[in-house]
Ligand binder design. Structure first.
Ligand code: ATP
Ligand code: MG
Length: 218
């Protein structure tokens, strides 16, 4: 489902990614681990088409992403890729329900359909009774579950998560991780998760180790 070949990326004189070849299959939960500064976030941003590599290819669902112009790429990203960040990045002015609906509305879904689907997602996240609340009125764990619902709303090919449980306490962390595996098992959802959490990494289908801009085999 996702293939990268020879991806390189430099910031000025610093070469952060030195030729990354990866292949990620449907309904796989893959962890990317490695020391700080290894290039994990950079790689995830490139896989998410938020940043472009200096060279190399990125195929997502048979589409070579470098061939898309900016407008098509934005539409492709909206449809195929869901993001979950360390800090939820929900829009503070909007309710949980509205936050979840936004990617569907951007994808030109009918508001009634977007609302129905958003409610189903929030229900699955056990947030039915919190959906009219704004982010400031939700707990950290609840906010992250809203962010996961938002990432899922367009039924993306893959969810990319960068330290998704990095700001959560143990209980909320464990709940969030359990949710990822539930989504893999019940919805065949694919995940690529950058994490420092060894518990999470241990339970994923595959761990990719990144060090100094290359994938290392252990
Ligand atoms: N926009 C940028 N401009 C310049 N340097 C950058 C930029 N983004 C990242 N870097 C540098 O690239 C290297 C890799 O950064 P990256 O954020 O990918 O690391 P990481 O593996 O995610 O680390 P961490 O675990 O601390 O989040 C670092 O040395 C960082 O300072
Ligand atoms: Mg990072």
């Amino acid at each position: 489902m996702i293939q990268t070949k020879g991806i390189t990326k430099s910031f000025g004189a610093l070469q952060v990614l030195k030729g990354i070849d990866l292949s990620i299959n449907k309904s796989e939960v893959v962890a990317i681990v490695g020391p700080s500064g290894a290039g994990k976030t950079t790689l995830l941003q490139i896989i998410g088409t938020l940043d472009s590599p200096d060279s190399g290819s990125l195929m997502i669902n048979q589409t070579e992403t470098s061939r898309l112009n900016d407008k098509d790429l934005a539409a492709f990203r909206n449809k195929n890729i869901g993001f979950v960040f360390q800090f939820h990045q929900l829009l503070p002015e909007f309710t949980a329900l509205e936050n979840v609906m936004i990617p569907a509305l951007i994808g030109k879904e009918k508001p009634a359909v977007a609302e129905k689907r958003a409610k189903e997602m929030l229900d699955f996240m056990k947030l039915s009774d919190r959906m009219e609340h704004k982010p400031a009125e939700l707990s950290g764990g609840e906010k992250q579950r809203v962010a996961v619902a938002r990432a899922l709303i367009n039924q993306p090919a893959v969810i990319l998560a960068d330290e998704p449980s990095g700001s959560l306490d143990t209980k909320n962390k464990e709940e969030l991780h359990a949710l990822f595996f539930e989504l893999r098992d019940q919805m065949k959802q694919t995940f690529v998760i950058v994490t420092h959490d060894e518990q999470l990494a241990m339970h994923t289908d595959r761990v990719i180790h990144l060090k100094d801009g290359v994938v290392i085999d252990l």
